[in-house]
Design a binder for this molecule. Structure first.
Ligand code: CA
Length: 517
């Protein structure tokens, strides 16, 4: 049963203390630690366990071990495929229109209900280390140490209650160092912990630690089947985005040709053009991106080893996910935002000894609105009624409720900033996906697309105008309306903002969101 946030917090504060002292020892043994590992823009295609085109290269042995020892979720999706809004959803268990964070720009209301506040009030030690990409002071954490905004790959600054500190090294290594420091030295070991370890990698501009760059510089990666998608069956949104490897990906800024001579020779001075240049850029992009992923994987290995070496493995749930998926050349793109599978989907792996059956696979429709509820359920803490997702614990136990959702809602807002992806909302049943692009710069105010993923897994054939699908389209439109009602979707006005205004930046924010990405 769900209760309101105020009631839940009140109940916890009044009754929690009394109950805690009496049964603390027994209860704490029953409640698991939670290690939530999270990265930025990590496509499921780039995790071996998902069996995509890089799987044979054994690039992610530690992440794969979480799947082998636990559960791989194959239909995990986000509600809004972009960084800061996804993180706001993670903390609140709500879609963007409810937590107020619809785009990267703008502030996040930290005073609102967030799951970690409830966990902390209910006896958990809570920590947030790494990239959160939400401006302002974190709340509900016993310890937090975060990158300001997007953060830096090299020698990054961190912000905590104590102010700013710079560490020397690569961000992926340092975030792990800081997490291990907290786990081993700072936490209260008499309480269960919930530690969120959030990597910046493999976010753009995909700068790996040098040891990984060297390891990947000669590797050659398979191309996606849709690298040269011509968008012929789609509307204006796919045709007029600004996120293609061909036109948008910059040789210097993105592929670092001004940093590495070999890259400069290849991309700027070799005379490559057309498809050959796209292919060369794709290979360099993959070398950097997958080298960043390998860095995350190696560091996750360090954290898993810590758990094992310190007798924490058995009673710690380890979960891995990312703030959304990413295009690794599919449809000719990098970046995210669209409701097409590669960015709509996100990886989710979970290991929980004696609860999750090793090597299991879940194919239910799950979404990032479910994460907060899942943590609360694991911690035997009541779930507030205002949260919009559902606990995944029954699914982890192999017992999907009979009334589990049959369709998912999606809504992307950030236009025209970023990569010029038009606003859209949509619904998927797993097999069919209906998308409505709308608003600024969409002909006649709206354009619809329908994909049949069983017959068209790469989503290259829009069936919206095909009369054979008219019944399915009508049914999906009805489901879309039902989901809008269920989630209490409000239409948020869209205004064109041609130029970023420095004046709008509040001077008291030291932890700013990055507006361009
Ligand atoms: Ca992201």
């Amino acid at each position: 049963m769900k209760k309101s946030f105020t009631n839940v917090l009140g109940t916890i504060l009044v009754l929690g203390t009394a109950l805690f002292s009496a049964s603390a020892q027994a209860q704490e043994k029953a409640r698991p630690n939670i290690l939530w590992l999270f990265s930025d823009d990590h496509a499921y295609q780039a995790i071996g366990a998902y069996g995509d085109r890089f799987a044979d290269m054994n690039l992610t042995p530690n992440l794969d071990s979480i799947a082998t020892q636990g559960m791989r979720f194959d239909k995990c999706y986000v509600g809004n495929s972009i960084c800061a809004p996804s993180r706001a959803t993670l903390l609140t268990g709500k879609h963007s229109h409810k937590n107020g964070k619809i785009e990267n720009r703008g502030d996040f209301d930290h005073d609102q209900m967030q799951f970690q506040k409830l966990l902390r009030a209910n006896g958990y030690q809570t920590a947030m280390i790494g990239k959160i990409h939400l401006s302002g002071k974190m709340q509900g954490f016993d310890y937090w140490e975060v990158l300001p905004g997007q953060g830096k790959y090299e020698n990054p600054d961190f912000i905590s209650e104590k102010g700013k500190t710079q560490y020397q090294g690569h961000s992926t290594d340092i975030i792990t160092d800081r997490a291990l420091n907290w786990l081993s030295k700072s936490r209260d070991k008499s309480k269960p912990f919930m530690a969120m370890v959030h990597y910046k990698a493999p976010h753009r501009n995909w700068l790996p630690a040098e040891r990984f760059r060297k390891r990947f510089e000669k590797l050659v990666f398979p191309e996606p089947e849709t690298l040269f998608d011509d968008y012929s069956s789609r509307g204006v949104a796919a045709q007029q985005q600004n996120m293609s490897i061909e036109k948008t990906m910059n040789n210097n800024k993105d592929l670092k040709a001004n940093r590495w001579k070999f890259r400069d020779e290849l991309l700027n001075k070799s005379g490559l053009t057309g498809k050959e240049l796209v292919r060369a850029k794709y290979q360099e992009y993959m070398r950097d991106y997958l080298a960043c992923v390998a860095g995350v994987d190696e560091n996750i290995g360090r954290l898993l080893k810590y758990l094992k070496d310190n007798d924490l493995e058995k009673n710690t749930v380890v979960m891995y996910s990312a703030d959304q998926g990413f295009y690794l050349g599919e449809h000719g793109w990098f970046d995210k935002r669209f409701m097409y599978e590669e960015s709509f989907r996100t990886p989710l792996l979970a290991k929980w000894p004696d609860v999750i059956q090793p090597g299991s696979v879940n194919e239910d429709l799950v979404q990032n609105i479910d994460f907060a509820e899942t943590f609360l359920d694991m911690a035997k803490t009541e779930i507030p009624s205002e949260m919009q997702g559902k606990s995944l614990v029954p699914l982890m136990k192999g017992k999907t409720p009979s009334d589990w959702r049959k369709s998912l809602y999606y809504h992307y807002y950030e236009y025209p900033t970023g990569h010029r992806v038009r606003r859209h909302e949509g619904v998927t049943t797993g097999r069919y996906k209906l998308i409505k692009f709308y608003g600024l710069d969409v002909p006649n105010g709206e354009e619809w697309e329908l994909y049949d993923l069983k017959n068209d897994k790469h989503e290259i054939s829009n069936q919206y105008a095909n009369p054979e699908y008219s019944g399915i389209i009508a049914d999906l439109k009805e489901q879309l309306q039902k989901l809008r009602q269920q989630y209490e979707v409000v239409d948020i006005a869209q205004t064109a903002k041609k130029k970023k205004s420095n004046k709008s930046n509040k001077s008291n924010k030291s932890n700013k969101s990055n507006k361009s990405n």
